[in-house]
Design a protein around this ligand. Structure first.
Ligand code: C2E
Ligand code: CA
Ligand code: CA
Ligand code: CA
Length: 281
Protein backbone atom coordinates (compact mmCIF):
# COMPACT_ATOMS: atom_id res chain seq x y z
CA UNK A 1 0.00 0.00 0.00
CA UNK A 2 0.91 3.66 -0.30
CA UNK A 3 2.49 4.14 3.12
CA UNK A 4 4.56 0.99 2.71
CA UNK A 5 5.68 2.23 -0.69
CA UNK A 6 6.73 5.55 0.83
CA UNK A 7 8.61 3.66 3.54
CA UNK A 8 10.48 1.61 0.93
CA UNK A 9 11.35 4.71 -1.08
CA UNK A 10 12.65 6.51 1.99
CA UNK A 11 14.64 3.43 2.80
CA UNK A 12 16.15 3.27 -0.69
CA UNK A 13 16.95 6.98 -0.63
CA UNK A 14 18.72 6.63 2.71
CA UNK A 15 20.69 3.63 1.45
CA UNK A 16 21.72 5.62 -1.62
CA UNK A 17 22.80 8.54 0.57
CA UNK A 18 24.70 6.22 2.86
CA UNK A 19 26.64 4.77 -0.10
CA UNK A 20 27.47 8.25 -1.32
CA UNK A 21 28.63 9.34 2.14
CA UNK A 22 30.89 6.29 2.41
CA UNK A 23 32.42 6.97 -1.01
CA UNK A 24 32.99 10.61 -0.06
CA UNK A 25 34.58 9.62 3.26
CA UNK A 26 36.89 7.14 1.53
CA UNK A 27 37.90 9.75 -1.09
CA UNK A 28 38.61 12.27 1.64
CA UNK A 29 40.73 9.73 3.53
CA UNK A 30 42.85 9.19 0.42
CA UNK A 31 43.21 12.86 -0.55
CA UNK A 32 43.69 14.04 3.05
CA UNK A 33 40.91 16.56 2.53
CA UNK A 34 38.97 17.34 5.73
CA UNK A 35 36.33 19.86 4.54
CA UNK A 36 32.74 19.23 5.74
CA UNK A 37 33.01 15.53 6.55
CA UNK A 38 29.70 13.65 6.61
CA UNK A 39 30.96 11.04 9.08
CA UNK A 40 32.99 11.78 12.14
CA UNK A 41 33.58 10.24 15.54
CA UNK A 42 32.63 11.50 18.94
CA UNK A 43 34.33 10.17 22.04
CA UNK A 44 32.60 9.58 25.37
CA UNK A 45 34.88 9.22 28.39
CA UNK A 46 34.84 6.12 30.59
CA UNK A 47 35.76 7.03 34.14
CA UNK A 48 37.31 5.13 37.04
CA UNK A 49 35.02 5.56 40.05
CA UNK A 50 37.93 5.05 42.44
CA UNK A 51 40.23 7.71 41.04
CA UNK A 52 38.06 9.87 38.74
CA UNK A 53 40.68 9.22 36.07
CA UNK A 54 39.62 8.78 32.49
CA UNK A 55 40.53 5.22 31.52
CA UNK A 56 39.37 5.49 27.96
CA UNK A 57 36.77 6.62 25.45
CA UNK A 58 34.00 4.92 23.50
CA UNK A 59 34.07 5.98 19.85
CA UNK A 60 30.58 6.77 18.49
CA UNK A 61 29.88 7.56 14.85
CA UNK A 62 28.02 10.68 13.74
CA UNK A 63 26.48 11.39 10.32
CA UNK A 64 25.73 14.87 9.07
CA UNK A 65 23.48 14.34 6.06
CA UNK A 66 23.88 17.20 3.53
CA UNK A 67 20.11 17.89 3.39
CA UNK A 68 18.65 16.26 6.47
CA UNK A 69 21.30 17.26 9.00
CA UNK A 70 22.30 14.98 11.86
CA UNK A 71 20.97 11.43 11.62
CA UNK A 72 21.30 9.32 14.76
CA UNK A 73 23.32 6.09 14.53
CA UNK A 74 20.26 4.39 16.03
CA UNK A 75 18.53 5.28 12.74
CA UNK A 76 21.22 4.49 10.17
CA UNK A 77 23.30 1.70 11.75
CA UNK A 78 20.44 -0.85 11.43
CA UNK A 79 20.12 0.01 7.71
CA UNK A 80 23.88 -0.20 7.32
CA UNK A 81 23.79 -3.65 8.90
CA UNK A 82 20.94 -4.82 6.66
CA UNK A 83 22.71 -3.69 3.50
CA UNK A 84 26.22 -4.73 4.51
CA UNK A 85 27.36 -1.09 4.30
CA UNK A 86 28.38 -1.42 7.94
CA UNK A 87 31.48 -3.26 6.75
CA UNK A 88 33.18 -0.27 5.05
CA UNK A 89 31.73 2.10 7.69
CA UNK A 90 33.02 -0.09 10.50
CA UNK A 91 36.47 -0.27 8.95
CA UNK A 92 36.61 3.48 8.70
CA UNK A 93 35.50 3.81 12.35
CA UNK A 94 38.16 1.37 13.51
CA UNK A 95 40.96 3.07 11.59
CA UNK A 96 39.88 6.54 12.70
CA UNK A 97 39.55 5.52 16.37
CA UNK A 98 42.92 3.72 16.42
CA UNK A 99 44.59 6.64 14.69
CA UNK A 100 43.14 9.15 17.18
CA UNK A 101 44.19 7.02 20.13
CA UNK A 102 47.77 6.81 18.89
CA UNK A 103 47.78 10.60 18.54
CA UNK A 104 46.60 10.90 22.17
CA UNK A 105 49.24 8.41 23.31
CA UNK A 106 51.92 10.60 21.76
CA UNK A 107 50.46 13.65 23.46
CA UNK A 108 50.67 12.26 26.99
CA UNK A 109 53.01 9.80 28.63
CA UNK A 110 50.95 8.07 31.27
CA UNK A 111 51.89 4.80 32.98
CA UNK A 112 48.44 3.43 32.13
CA UNK A 113 47.58 4.66 28.66
CA UNK A 114 44.06 5.31 27.49
CA UNK A 115 41.90 2.72 25.80
CA UNK A 116 39.57 3.26 22.87
CA UNK A 117 36.41 1.19 22.66
CA UNK A 118 34.84 0.55 19.25
CA UNK A 119 31.42 -0.97 18.53
CA UNK A 120 31.43 -4.04 16.33
CA UNK A 121 28.21 -5.00 14.54
CA UNK A 122 27.01 -8.55 13.96
CA UNK A 123 27.74 -8.26 10.26
CA UNK A 124 31.36 -7.31 10.94
CA UNK A 125 31.70 -10.03 13.51
CA UNK A 126 31.05 -12.80 10.95
CA UNK A 127 33.45 -11.44 8.32
CA UNK A 128 36.06 -14.10 7.59
CA UNK A 129 38.95 -11.61 7.28
CA UNK A 130 38.01 -9.46 10.29
CA UNK A 131 41.08 -10.51 12.27
CA UNK A 132 43.39 -9.61 9.36
CA UNK A 133 41.70 -6.26 8.84
CA UNK A 134 42.08 -5.32 12.49
CA UNK A 135 45.65 -6.49 12.59
CA UNK A 136 46.43 -4.34 9.54
CA UNK A 137 44.74 -1.27 11.04
CA UNK A 138 46.73 -1.72 14.27
CA UNK A 139 49.95 -1.83 12.26
CA UNK A 140 49.04 1.16 10.08
CA UNK A 141 48.19 3.28 13.09
CA UNK A 142 51.08 1.95 15.15
CA UNK A 143 48.80 1.11 18.08
CA UNK A 144 49.58 -1.49 20.73
CA UNK A 145 46.64 -3.95 20.48
CA UNK A 146 46.03 -3.98 24.24
CA UNK A 147 44.63 -0.43 24.03
CA UNK A 148 41.90 -1.34 21.55
CA UNK A 149 38.67 -2.76 22.95
CA UNK A 150 35.86 -4.11 20.79
CA UNK A 151 32.28 -3.91 22.07
CA UNK A 152 30.03 -6.73 20.93
CA UNK A 153 26.44 -7.11 22.07
CA UNK A 154 25.31 -10.09 24.01
CA UNK A 155 22.87 -11.23 21.31
CA UNK A 156 25.59 -11.31 18.65
CA UNK A 157 27.70 -13.75 20.63
CA UNK A 158 24.80 -15.76 22.03
CA UNK A 159 23.07 -16.35 18.67
CA UNK A 160 25.71 -18.83 17.75
CA UNK A 161 27.83 -19.40 20.80
CA UNK A 162 30.08 -22.08 19.26
CA UNK A 163 31.10 -20.00 16.24
CA UNK A 164 31.35 -16.90 18.42
CA UNK A 165 33.75 -18.61 20.80
CA UNK A 166 36.16 -19.36 17.94
CA UNK A 167 35.90 -15.82 16.58
CA UNK A 168 36.38 -14.25 20.01
CA UNK A 169 39.45 -16.42 20.59
CA UNK A 170 40.94 -15.32 17.26
CA UNK A 171 40.29 -11.68 18.09
CA UNK A 172 41.73 -12.17 21.55
CA UNK A 173 44.88 -13.71 20.08
CA UNK A 174 45.59 -10.34 18.44
CA UNK A 175 46.08 -9.02 21.97
CA UNK A 176 43.07 -6.71 21.92
CA UNK A 177 40.39 -6.44 24.62
CA UNK A 178 36.79 -7.57 24.31
CA UNK A 179 33.64 -6.24 25.96
CA UNK A 180 30.04 -7.41 26.04
CA UNK A 181 27.86 -4.36 25.32
CA UNK A 182 24.33 -3.76 26.68
CA UNK A 183 24.79 -6.64 29.13
CA UNK A 184 21.55 -7.88 30.65
CA UNK A 185 19.28 -7.04 27.69
CA UNK A 186 19.84 -10.05 25.45
CA UNK A 187 19.17 -13.68 26.12
CA UNK A 188 22.38 -14.13 27.96
CA UNK A 189 23.45 -17.61 28.78
CA UNK A 190 25.43 -17.54 31.97
CA UNK A 191 26.73 -21.02 31.26
CA UNK A 192 28.52 -19.63 28.21
CA UNK A 193 29.79 -16.41 29.65
CA UNK A 194 32.78 -17.92 31.40
CA UNK A 195 33.86 -19.68 28.20
CA UNK A 196 34.18 -16.45 26.26
CA UNK A 197 37.51 -14.63 26.52
CA UNK A 198 35.80 -11.43 27.66
CA UNK A 199 37.57 -8.63 29.55
CA UNK A 200 34.65 -6.33 30.31
CA UNK A 201 30.90 -6.34 30.89
CA UNK A 202 29.04 -3.12 30.14
CA UNK A 203 25.81 -3.02 32.16
CA UNK A 204 23.01 -1.68 30.00
CA UNK A 205 21.67 1.79 30.66
CA UNK A 206 18.15 0.46 31.30
CA UNK A 207 19.31 -1.03 34.63
CA UNK A 208 21.31 2.03 35.61
CA UNK A 209 18.59 4.60 34.98
CA UNK A 210 16.22 2.85 37.39
CA UNK A 211 18.83 1.92 39.98
CA UNK A 212 17.87 4.86 42.18
CA UNK A 213 14.13 4.24 41.81
CA UNK A 214 13.48 0.58 42.41
CA UNK A 215 15.24 -1.91 44.59
CA UNK A 216 14.94 -4.73 42.08
CA UNK A 217 17.21 -2.98 39.61
CA UNK A 218 19.68 -2.30 42.36
CA UNK A 219 19.80 -6.03 43.09
CA UNK A 220 20.24 -6.89 39.41
CA UNK A 221 23.17 -4.49 39.13
CA UNK A 222 24.64 -5.86 42.36
CA UNK A 223 24.40 -9.38 40.92
CA UNK A 224 26.06 -8.38 37.64
CA UNK A 225 28.90 -6.63 39.49
CA UNK A 226 29.47 -9.75 41.61
CA UNK A 227 29.28 -12.00 38.56
CA UNK A 228 31.89 -9.92 36.71
CA UNK A 229 34.11 -9.93 39.77
CA UNK A 230 33.86 -13.74 40.07
CA UNK A 231 34.66 -14.19 36.39
CA UNK A 232 37.61 -11.80 36.58
CA UNK A 233 35.99 -9.28 34.26
CA UNK A 234 35.92 -5.49 34.51
CA UNK A 235 32.58 -3.78 34.80
CA UNK A 236 31.38 -0.54 33.24
CA UNK A 237 28.02 1.02 34.13
CA UNK A 238 26.49 2.69 31.08
CA UNK A 239 24.23 5.72 31.02
CA UNK A 240 24.96 7.21 34.43
CA UNK A 241 23.02 10.47 34.56
CA UNK A 242 22.63 11.47 38.21
CA UNK A 243 24.73 11.88 41.35
CA UNK A 244 22.41 9.46 43.12
CA UNK A 245 22.99 6.72 40.53
CA UNK A 246 26.71 7.33 40.86
CA UNK A 247 26.58 7.05 44.66
CA UNK A 248 24.76 3.73 44.41
CA UNK A 249 27.22 2.37 41.89
CA UNK A 250 30.09 3.36 44.17
CA UNK A 251 28.39 1.61 47.09
CA UNK A 252 28.15 -1.54 44.93
CA UNK A 253 31.90 -1.24 44.22
CA UNK A 254 31.31 -0.83 40.50
CA UNK A 255 34.69 0.08 38.99
CA UNK A 256 33.97 2.17 35.90
CA UNK A 257 31.17 4.28 34.54
CA UNK A 258 30.12 6.22 31.48
CA UNK A 259 27.24 8.62 31.01
CA UNK A 260 25.94 12.15 30.69
CA UNK A 261 26.66 12.78 34.37
CA UNK A 262 30.37 12.80 33.49
CA UNK A 263 30.27 13.89 29.86
CA UNK A 264 28.28 13.51 26.67
CA UNK A 265 30.03 12.12 23.62
CA UNK A 266 32.54 14.84 22.66
CA UNK A 267 34.07 16.07 19.45
CA UNK A 268 37.74 15.38 19.03
CA UNK A 269 38.93 18.78 20.30
CA UNK A 270 36.91 18.59 23.52
CA UNK A 271 37.99 14.99 24.08
CA UNK A 272 41.63 16.02 23.58
CA UNK A 273 41.23 18.69 26.27
CA UNK A 274 40.00 15.96 28.66
CA UNK A 275 42.89 13.70 27.67
CA UNK A 276 45.30 16.45 28.69
CA UNK A 277 43.39 17.01 31.93
CA UNK A 278 43.40 13.27 32.71
CA UNK A 279 40.52 13.34 35.19
CA UNK A 280 36.89 14.39 35.34
CA UNK A 281 36.19 16.92 38.04
P1 C2E B 1 25.76 1.94 22.44
O1 C2E B 1 26.94 1.21 21.89
O2 C2E B 1 25.04 1.30 23.57
O3 C2E B 1 26.32 3.38 22.81
C1 C2E B 1 25.88 4.13 23.92
C2 C2E B 1 24.80 5.12 23.51
O4 C2E B 1 24.25 5.70 24.69
C3 C2E B 1 25.33 6.29 22.68
O5 C2E B 1 24.29 6.69 21.78
C4 C2E B 1 25.56 7.36 23.74
O6 C2E B 1 25.55 8.67 23.23
C5 C2E B 1 24.38 7.11 24.64
N1 C2E B 1 24.61 7.56 26.01
C6 C2E B 1 25.76 7.64 26.69
N2 C2E B 1 25.58 8.08 27.96
C7 C2E B 1 24.24 8.27 28.09
C8 C2E B 1 23.41 8.73 29.18
O7 C2E B 1 23.87 9.04 30.28
N3 C2E B 1 22.08 8.80 28.93
C9 C2E B 1 21.53 8.47 27.72
N4 C2E B 1 20.21 8.58 27.57
N5 C2E B 1 22.29 8.04 26.68
C10 C2E B 1 23.63 7.94 26.86
P2 C2E B 1 24.57 6.97 20.25
O8 C2E B 1 25.90 7.59 20.06
O9 C2E B 1 23.37 7.64 19.70
O10 C2E B 1 24.66 5.51 19.63
C11 C2E B 1 23.56 4.65 19.63
C12 C2E B 1 23.96 3.25 19.22
O11 C2E B 1 24.40 3.24 17.86
C13 C2E B 1 25.14 2.69 20.02
O12 C2E B 1 24.68 2.20 21.26
C14 C2E B 1 25.62 1.62 19.09
O13 C2E B 1 24.83 0.47 19.19
C15 C2E B 1 25.40 2.25 17.73
N6 C2E B 1 26.66 2.87 17.24
C16 C2E B 1 27.16 4.11 17.46
N7 C2E B 1 28.34 4.25 16.83
C17 C2E B 1 28.61 3.07 16.22
C18 C2E B 1 29.69 2.58 15.40
O14 C2E B 1 30.70 3.25 15.13
N8 C2E B 1 29.59 1.28 14.94
C19 C2E B 1 28.49 0.49 15.24
N9 C2E B 1 28.47 -0.76 14.74
N10 C2E B 1 27.48 0.93 15.99
C20 C2E B 1 27.53 2.19 16.49
CA1 CA C 1 28.74 0.41 22.82
CA1 CA D 1 25.81 0.00 25.26
CA1 CA E 1 22.95 -0.16 22.64
Amino acid sequence: DASMHRGTLAHMQLEHDLRRAIAKTQDQAISGETEAPEFWLQYQPIVSLKTNRIMGFEALIRWNHPERGLISPADFIPLAEETGLIVPIGQWVLRQACYQLSVWHQLISSPCPLIVSVNLSSRQFVQPDLVNQISQILQETNLNPRYLKLEITESVVMENAEVATTMLQQLKSLGIQLAIDDFGTGYSSLSYLHRFPIDTLKIDRSFINRIDIDGENLEIVRTIVTLAWNLGMDIIAEGVETAKQLAQLKALKCEYAQGYFFARPLNCEAATALVLQGTIA
